[in-house]
Design a protein around this ligand. Structure first.
Ligand code: GLN
Length: 185
């Protein structure tokens, strides 16, 4: 199993370590051509606006869109924003997952926090780290909601596409990463 990590900006190294800890090969992805060679792709957290600029600079948007049409993609935090088919108050980016993202949805006072959450089919108390996190403001009917925090959707799956608001790579709990790697098999 070869899992790519989009390596233009953000929490790349942490994801590579987490994927390797799950026993899979992790490949940093910097060009469209490298997408040919992987079984699934992880879009890390970071800053979605900066990441989108770098995607355009590397001329990767069409290839990422095509990849996400058929192959598994996991968007974490800023990666969730990139994957969403709709982003409030801006144009969508890769756009293949049928969710609406709301950026920085948890407010300034509670910029960053950690809390245990239940993720359906994954864990009853996953240590979720939120850093200026987006939430999923809406999902289309076919999308499975996997986790909710205080009424807000924070993890969902749409066919071969997975997204979460938080940073699984910043914990030692590999259950969600293992769930994604199973989706790639
Ligand atoms: N606030 C960032 C954005 O809008 C996401 C934060 C993160 O990835 N930790 O892109």
């Amino acid at each position: 199993m070869k899992i790519g990590v989009l390596a233009l900006q953000g929490a790349v190294t942490e994801h590579i370590k987490a994927i390797e800890a799950c026993g899979s090969e992790a490949v940093p992805i910097k060009t469209a051509a490298q997408l040919q060679d992987i079984d699934g792709l992880l879009l890390p957290g970071g800053e979605s606006t900066a990441m989108r600029r770098l995607i355009d600079y590397a001329n990767m948007l069409p290839a990422l869109q095509q990849f996400a049409e058929n192959k598994p993609v996991f968007g974490t935090c800023a990666g969730l924003i990139l994957l969403a088919s709709s982003v409030e108050e801006e144009e969508a980016h890769i756009g293949q997952m049928r969710i609406t993202a709301r950026r920085n949805a948890f407010g300034r006072q509670i910029d960053s926090f950690e809390t245990p959450i239940a993720i359906q089919g994954v864990s009853d108390h996953f240590p979720a780290v939120f850093i200026r996190a987006p939430k999923i403001a809406a999902v289309e009917e076919q999308v499975e909601v996997l986790a909710v925090l205080d009424g807000d959707i924070v993890c969902a799956r749409d066919r071969h596409l997975l997204a979460c608001s938080f940073h699984p790579e910043l914990t030692t709990d590999l259950s969600l990463m293992n769930y994604f790697i199973d989706m790639c098999k």
